[in-house]
Design a protein around this ligand. Structure first.
Ligand code: ADP
Ligand code: ASP
Ligand code: MG
Length: 502
């Protein structure tokens, strides 16, 4: 089933909740009638944006609880708060403590207003906790100001306050509906990570700890509300899982608990054939594989964290991406092997903006695999993400596409390692990577021809081409100024527009 997505008002009235359609549980066939279904539900920034959105999100949890399911709730910060916290931390580092404190005060008002509108009493535990959290945040920011130093560790401590502040609000929303709820930080819920602050990965010890920390609450009939995006190191330092990390928190927890399904509630109908903000004709994709979702997220589809499906793969736990505005719509179901639709080899078009091409050229590359190894080694040591690579030995050059902002670091790392070979480096900024994704491309002829034809017809110049042997995606680098035109042209060429696919 596919359909067009457009912004809609909430359709669900909490007082008139329609019954949920039968859940397609992974274990349904083996479950006894009395065994409760376990769902992990994730709510993003928009779904936590204000008291109305939080109440609505709470009602989506409530209707599954009412139907007898157990639910673990994982929440993001209120929309915009993560970016505000990053700006607050930067302001403190620059010495602008007045600006930082003003922003903290505005944030405080926003959380207090939401708590009050949700019905929390001024002396309730949640309101007291919000007050304490803001005070601790203020102190952490003041520490950065005094030192004029913002380390990745202190940035993580500060930025995770967004999720710490929103969890009590969801607890209030659930309590107001008559459910028992208990909120916890990511680390308290058992998410233990390595110490890659800003982009931490969960350690395998997390699974048992998550079962320990959340199992007891669930069996006592209490709904855990976990602050997403964050975990902690073995030593108890707060870490974050990378931007958009609440999706990842939910799947880490889902996998550890052996949940029946993980549901990511969104402000869109599910995973769409393109970002609906740049392609208004984008439609919902009914089914995707874990691999396809990873490719989509890696190539810029912001809808899910690139690693979100990885914890679910081994146990084959399905992920549903659902519209909070239209909860009865199926959304997108992500599983290991969805049905193949041969009429649509390409399922989606995505783009990464703000990238740069680094061209490494010189006769020294010709027939010298060690030079290529040096190039990759230098980038790996600097932790620079490679979005695309292409090598043309006849022209003695290697072209790399990297995210914008890392140009200096990349050229520096390469020139120190490669100066002996007499290689020249050239940087081209203002590049975008456009990718088409779909497992049906495998073995289907003419897909590249259609892609290049559509780009040529839209007068878009291709700077680089890459196709992985998995044939899950084909990506091209183009001028960033062409990216919207190009995405729309490719979307239409592959029959993904609402008009052609509905
Ligand atoms: P959340 O806070 O719920 O995680 P995000 O803002 O991170 O929400 O992700 C949802 C947004 O992702 C949508 O509003 C949409 O603009 C964007 N997006 C980009 N590509 C896609 C896509 N292919 N399908 C759906 N949404 C997409
Ligand atoms: N609040 C975090 C972010 O904005 C995490 C998330 O939304 O998933 O990146
Ligand atoms: Mg997100």
């Amino acid at each position: 089933m596919r359909r067009h997505s457009k912004p809609r008002a909430f359709k669900l009235n909490p007082e008139q909740c329609p019954a949920l359609p039968m859940l397609s549980s992974r274990t349904l066939g083996t479950m006894s009638d009395t065994q409760q279904q376990l769902l992990v539900m994730k709510f993003g920034g928009t779904n936590m944006g204000d008291s109305r959105a939080i109440r609505h999100s709470g009602s989506l949890v409530g209707r599954s609880l009412t139907q007898g399911a157990q639910v673990v709730v994982v929440v993001s910060a209120m929309s915009g708060v993560t970016n505000q916290l990053l700006s607050i931390a930067d302001a403190a580092e620059r010495g602008d403590i007045a600006g930082a404190n003003d922003a903290i005060a505005a944030m405080r008002t926003r959380h207090f207003t939401a708590a009050q509108e949700l019905g929390a009493a001024p002396d309730s535990a949640e309101v007291r906790e919000l007050r304490e959290l803001h005070e601790t945040l203020r102190q952490a920011v003041y520490g950065v100001y005094l030192l004029r130093e913002l380390t990745p560790r202190s940035r993580d401590l500060i930025v995770a306050f967004g999720e710490r502040l929103s969890a009590p609000l969801m607890s209030v929303a659930l309590t107001q509906q008559g459910f028992k709820a208990h909120h916890l930080m990511g680390g308290q819920a058992g998410i233990i990570t390595d110490n890659h602050f800003g982009n931490a990965k969960p350690l395998s010890t997390s699974a048992e700890r998550i079962r320990d920390r959340l199992g007891g609450l669930l069996s006592a009939g209490i709904t855990p509300v976990v602050s997403g995006f964050m975990g902690e190191t073995e030593q108890g330092a707060i870490t974050t899982l990378g931007r958009g990390g609440t999706d990842f928190s939910a799947t880490i927890i889902g996998a550890a608990l052996g949940a029946d399904e993980v549901w990511a509630w969104k402000d869109v109908d599910g995973v769409m054939t393109a970002d609906p903000r740049s392609v208004p004709a984008a439609q919902n994709i009914a089914q995707l594989s874990y691999g396809e979702v990873m490719e989509l997220a890696y190539f810029g589809a912001k809808v899910l964290h690139p690693l979100a499906v990885t914890p679910l793969q081994q146990a084959g736990i399905p992920l549903r991406v659902k519209s909070a505005a239209d909860p009865d719509f199926a959304g997108t179901l992500v599983t290991a092997e969805p049905e193949r639709d041969d009429s649509r080899p390409v399922k989606a078009v995505t783009a990464i903006k703000n990238a740069s091409i680094i061209n490494v050229a010189g006769a020294g590359i010709l027939g010298a695999p060690d030079v290529v190894a040096e190039i990759f080694g230098a980038l790996a040591r600097e932790s620079i993400t490679l979005l695309m690579v292409s090598q043309s030995s006849s022209m003695s050059n290697v072209s790399l596409v990297i995210p914008g902002g890392h140009e200096e670091r990349t050229t520096q790392a390469l020139s120190t390692r490669l100066s002996a070979q007499g290689l020249q480096l050239e940087v081209q900024r203002g590049v975008a990577v456009l990718a088409i994704v779909g497992s049906g491309m495998y073995g289907t002829k003419g897909v590249s021809a259609k892609l290049f034809g559509a780009l040529a017809q839209a007068d878009v110049n291709i700077l680089m081409i890459s196709q992985g042997s998995s044939e899950l995606n084909i990506s091209v680098a183009i001028e960033e100024s062409d990216v919207d035109t190009a995405t729309r042209a490719v979307h239409t060429a592959f029959g993904l527009d609402a008009a052609s696919g509905a």
